[in-house]
Design a protein around this ligand. Structure first.
Ligand code: ATP
Length: 353
């Protein structure tokens, strides 16, 4: 199989390098048939090629079995006409990666700020309030006058139904409990439609318990008792916000792994951004991207009937649990190692030398 790796901006190159050290250890240990190719996106690409994402990279991504995308400086990329395309949006939209899966759990050895928990957020990934991708043409944010801005939110039955199905399938292999998070008391049409589609899918999964909770109350429930949740399904922006909170509650934003998946393609991408405040300092926690890469290996293994990849995914996750318990971790979660050393220690733990 083939994997395309794009390091991105800010802490992207550092956490991607650490992820590759771990991936290469997993390739050896689990004897994976995996070719890893690298290319550039983001600021480096803009400087070299006049665009943050070259069109031929999309062809390479389509031809690959999986994609790893480091964080990009999305805030800097404002004008697509000048080649400033948000790489995250670009791949999610063009590869139709409609489901963003963001697991979050506590770990033995780390302070559990809100108590122990183990949950997964299934976030719709193609529409909602994301104005740069929810239109076939143009942008859903408009400046009406210098003092008036309008942002449009798009919700469709199709996108709601397909994220709901992914979420119900996920919980079927877990605790069989779904929480639908919405704001249908205010967004009666959009979130009303989202809930309706979740209810329709729920009928196909009669053994799954379903709760519906309004997003503001949900934040209070999560802070009070995150252990009561298993799989949370929600629209694009709510999922983004909730998952940063749950990642931090698990120890750090640097533990937030995530997989963007569609019918035929998947992209590993950390939940957090490019963290320019700590870029280039060997401080970033690489576990977010390493966990994302493990999710990708698991997806590839299941999709292409390659059990070694599923074992490798579990092996990496196990290695992270052990590394955390042993204190082989970065400063954000109370350790002393740098990004590079954390990757090397985990690779040694996974073995395969
Ligand atoms: P961007 O504009 O690209 O979203 P940001 O700094 O606004 O970047 P994040 O990158 O999500 O947003 O970072 C938010 C905070 O979390 C920052 O203080 C950052 O240093 C910290 N952080 C994010 N990722 C990590 C990581 N992998 N390890 C340690 N700290 C992190």
């Amino acid at each position: 199989m083939r994997l395309l790796v794009l390091a991105g901006d800010g802490i992207g190159p550092e956490i991607t390098a650490a992820t590759l050290v771990v991936l290469n250890a997993a390739v050896r240990r689990f004897r994976l048939d995996l070719d890893i190719e690298e290319d550039v996106v983001g600021h480096q690409s803009l400087k070299q090629f006049g665009t943050t994402v070259r069109a031929d990279i999309l062809d390479r991504a389509r031809a690959a079995d999986g994609l790893i995308l480091g964080p990009a400086a999305t805030f800097d990329f404002k004008d697509a006409e000048k080649g400033e395309i948000n790489p995250s949006m670009y791949f999610r939209k063009n590869l139709d990666l409609f489901a963003n899966i963001r697991p979050s759990r506590t770990y033995p050895g780390l302070p559990a700020k809100l108590g122990q928990f183990d949950l997964v957020i299934a976030r719709e990934n193609t529409e909602g309030f994301y104005a740069d991708r929810n239109m076939a043409q143009g942008n859903a944010e408009m400046l009406v006058t210098e003092d008036v801005a309008i942002s449009l939110r798009r919700i469709t039955r199709n996108a709601s139904a397909r994220i709901a199905r992914v979420a119900f399938e996920l919980t079927s292999a877990r605790k069989k409990h779904i929480t639908v998070v919405h704001k249908a008391n205010v967004l009666k049409l959009g979130d009303g439609m989202f809930i309706e589609e979740c209810r329709k899918v729920a009928r196909e999964f009669p053994d799954v318990a379903v709760d519906e909770i309004i997003v503001d109350a949900m934040m209070a429930h999560l802070v009070r008792n995150p252990a009561r949740f298993d799989v949370i399904v929600t629209t694009n922006m709510f999922g983004d916000i909730i998952s940063d909170m749950t990642a931090e509650a698990s120890g750090s934003l640097g533990l937030g792994g995530s997989l963007n998946q569609g019918a035929d393609h998947a992209m590993a991408q950390a939940s957090h951004g490019s963290a320019p405040d700590i870029a280039g300092k060997n401080l970033a926690n690489p576990f977010s991207l390493i966990l994302s890469a493990a999710l990708l290996l698991g997806w590839m293994g299941r999709k292409r009937a390659a059990p070694g990849f599923v074992e490798a995914a579990a092996g990496i996750e196990r290695g992270i649990v052990q590394a955390i318990a042993a204190g082989e971790i970065t400063r954000d979660i109370g350790g002393r190692l740098g990004t590079k050393e954390t990757g090397e220690a985990l690779a040694a733990r996974i073995g395969g030398a």
